[in-house]
Design a protein. Structure first.
Length: 423
């Protein structure tokens, strides 16, 4: 049975926003699509999942769009008739979700052949794991998590609310905060230490390493409470645990990794909108902490990078200024060069925060949420995806050159920091 609640609609084409275009162009040489996974308990049928997937994709305007040049030569999302979203089905227990995520990350999207979303379902009689994968020009970790919630509502037979927003991020920011004035400072501070462009790996069709670790409810609660007492955040503590773990595991490193934190612009600038789209920015954390600095000292130092974007007005101006610069990028080679010089980092620690999804969806229960899992393309990069669901911090490590034992060592760093004195 097809669950589409209304006739298929063809929407008007629109030009890609600056960040959408940048990720599209970078994707031509370095695929950067990303994945989220969810563990579900309860009796379901494969047909329910396929129908639900098609329904939520129908509610998301960009999924069924082809990226192509319009009459003026600008890249545009050109809507196409809706079909059925690709759903790979494997027997539950015959594979791991981390292996399926890795396989999906190794398979690029073809932007001329929509949809820009696909899924894998590990299906059993009373348990299932679903992996959602999206092209990065049409979504981010927050919006794909929201779409995951819609998918579970549809599987449970619950009603969905159409999210009709289709405008690019800069248009939404301008509508709410106004067009930027002449910027008082560039997106990357002029006094920031310059580093040579990072080298990008050559995609060869291989799959990355993906592994996961979940902290206990007690440790997760203690981490949140201690971070607050230390006047820092869980995100900053994650960065500190990561850099300390890297120091411990990679003693030959000449310098600490430069870490990027994606920043959710929905909560900060768009009143929490959760439509499927790319609505993220990022900050880079300085890599000048002493190697023997404590976790909490490192966390407070990492947190200073967020200080300059606490003001919505300042953040809006910086994002729009950066987008104006990115909008001048044209061509895959240009995007790769700009990324390697200005945006590439040794590591990414991306934290969804507390995942705002219910535990139950009718007859099924959501047991765990994992991700995001992504590989942008820097040689040696380590990506940590984090999210707290049902009181437990879920961590995913993705890398083509994994540092062995990284998640386990991060857990050790947390344990030591939580049992030690205030530092």
């Amino acid at each position: 049975m097809n669950l589409l609640a209304e006739p298929v609609m063809i929407r008007a084409a629109r030009s890609l926003g600056a960040m959408e275009k940048f990720f599209y162009l970078l994707n031509q040489s370095h695929p950067n699509h990303f994945a989220m996974a969810a563990e579900v308990s309860g009796v379901t049928h494969v047909e329910q999942w396929q129908n639900a997937l098609d329904l939520v994709a129908h509610h998301s305007p960009l999924v069924w769009s082809r990226v192509e040049r319009d009459g003026s030569g600008a890249l545009a999302f050109a809507p196409v008739p809706h079909g059925s979203v690709p759903l790979k089905v494997v027997r539950y227990g015959s594979s791991s979700w981390t292996r399926e995520v890795a396989a999906q990350l190794a398979q690029p999207f073809d932007e001329l052949q929509p949809p820009l979303l696909r899924a894998t379902l590990l299906h059993g009689d009373e348990r299932a794991i679903v992996v959602l994968v999206a092209h990065h020009s049409v979504g981010d970790g927050v919006s794909l998590t929201a779409l995951l919630g819609d998918l579970l509502r549809a599987v449970a037979g619950e009603a969905l609310e159409r999210r009709a927003e289709t405008r690019a991020l800069e248009r939404l920011i301008e509508l709410k905060h106004g067009a930027p004035s002449v910027p008082s400072s560039p997106p990357v501070p002029s006094d920031a230490p310059m580093r040579a462009p990072l080298e990008m790996r050559r995609p060869d069709g291989s799959a990355p390493h993906v592994e996961a670790l979940r902290l206990s409810p007690a440790m997760t609660r203690a981490l949140r409470e201690r971070a607050r007492a230390e006047q820092t955040s869980v995100q900053s503590a994650l960065i500190a645990a990561f850099t300390r773990a890297m120091c411990f595991l990679n003693t030959n490193a000449q310098q600490e990794p430069r870490v990027l934190s994606p920043v959710d612009l929905r909560r900060r600038l768009l009143d929490g909108s959760d439509h499927l789209a790319m609505c993220a920015s990022g900050v880079v954390h300085p890599d000048d902490s002493p190697r023997d600095a404590s976790l909490w000292s490192r966390a407070r130092h990492a947190g200073q990078a967020f200080a300059d974007i606490e003001s919505p007005a300042v953040l809006a101006e910086r994002v729009l200024t950066a987008h104006a610069l990115l909008d001048t990028v044209d061509g895959a080679a240009d995007a790769k060069a700009v990324f390697a010089q200005a945006f590439a980092n040794d590591a990414v620690v991306t934290n969804l925060g507390v995942v705002n999804l219910p535990k139950r969806f009718g007859p099924i229960a959501l047991d765990a949420v994992w991700g995001p899992s992504v590989s942008v393309g820097v040689i040696g990069e380590q990506v940590i995806g984090a999210g707290t669901f049902d009181g437990q911090l879920h961590l995913v490590h993705t890398s083509y050159a994994p540092v062995s034992g990284l998640l386990d060592r991060m857990a050790v760093e947390f344990t030591q920091a939580l049992t030690g004195a205030t530092q």
